[in-house]
Design a protein around this ligand. Structure first.
Ligand SMILES: CC(C)(COP(=O)(O)OP(=O)(O)OC[C@H]1O[C@@H](n2cnc3c(N)ncnc32)[C@H](O)[C@@H]1OP(=O)(O)O)[C@@H](O)C(=O)NCCC(=O)NCCS
Length: 179
C-alpha cells in the first residue's frame, strides 16, 4: 500500500475500506468549507457514500489507473489527495485535493502535490500532470503556482458548482520541466 511521510506528524496513505467512517466524519465536519468547490460533497450524506467512493477508487488502483490517499495526522484524517483515472494512452493525469479547514495554511497540500507529482513522473513514468481549479478558488490556484506548474489557459463555464457554472484554470507540469 502506498504510504509516505509528508511533513513531521503528517502522512499520506492510500484509502482502505476501513477508512469510510473517519472519511465521512471529516467531510461532514468540513461540509461548508468544502462544498463550494467540490460538487461531490453535496452527495456525501453517510459513511456508506464514503464506502462507495473508497470501493471505486480501490478498483481504480487495482486497474492501474492511479490512487487516492487520505492525509493523516496520527490516526485522524485531515484531507485527501489523489489522481483522477490516469489517461495511459496520452501519458497524463489530473490531480485533486482538499484539506480540513483548521489545517489550511500550513503547506500540507503543497507538499502532498509535490510528492504525488514526483511519483507520477519518477515511478509511473507519466509525461504530464494537470491541475484544474475554479477561477474563484484562489487558494487552490496557489498550489500549482507555488510548485512551478505552468498556467495554460481558462476553460469557460467548464464546471457546475453549487453557486453556478465556473470558469476553470488549467495548470500543467511536464516530465521535461523537472530537469
Ligand atoms: C484548496 C486547498 C486544498 C488549499 O489549502 P491550503 O492550506 O491553502 O494549501 P497548503 O496546504 O499548500 O498551504 C499553503 C499555505 O500554507 C503556507 N505555508 C506554510 N508553510 C509552508 C510550506 N512549507 N510550503 C508551502 N506553503 C506553506 C503558505 O504560505 C500558504 O499560506 P497562505 O494561504 O496564507 O498564503 C484548501 O483551501 C481546500 O481544501 N479548499 C476546499 C476544497 C478545494 O477547493 N479543493 C480544490 C479543488 S480544485
Amino acid at each position: 500500500m502506498f504510504t509516505c511521510n509528508v511533513l513531521p506528524g503528517i502522512h499520506l496513505r492510500i484509502f482502505e475500506d476501513r477508512d469510510a467512517g473517519p472519511l465521512f466524519a471529516a467531510c461532514d465536519a468540513n461540509r461548508e468549507h468544502l462544498r463550494r468547490f467540490l460538487p461531490w460533497v453535496g452527495h456525501t450524506r453517510s459513511s456508506a457514500d464514503c464506502a462507495a467512493f473508497i470501493s471505486t477508487v480501490l478498483d481504480q488502483f487495482a486497474n492501474n489507473l492511479g490512487f487516492h490517499a487520505g492525509i493523516w495526522s496520527q490516526d485522524q484524517i485531515i484531507g485527501a489527495a489523489g489522481m483522477h483515472p490516469i489517461d495511459w494512452p496520452n501519458s497524463n493525469v489530473s490531480l485533486g485535493y482538499w484539506i480540513a479547514e483548521p489545517w489550511q495554511g500550513k503547506g500540507i497540500i503543497t507538499q502532498c502535490v509535490k510528492l504525488l507529482t514526483s511519483h507520477c513522473f519518477a515511478t509511473l513514468g507519466l509525461q504530464r500532470v494537470e491541475i484544474r481549479c475554479s477561477t474563484d478558488n484562489r487558494r487552490s490556484q496557489a498550489v500549482p503556482e507555488r510548485l512551478g506548474f505552468r498556467y495554460e489557459g481558462t476553460l469557460r463555464a467548464a464546471q457546475k458548482l453549487p453557486n453556478g457554472f465556473t470558469d476553470i484554470r488549467v495548470y500543467s507540469r511536464l516530465r521535461t520541466d523537472e530537469s
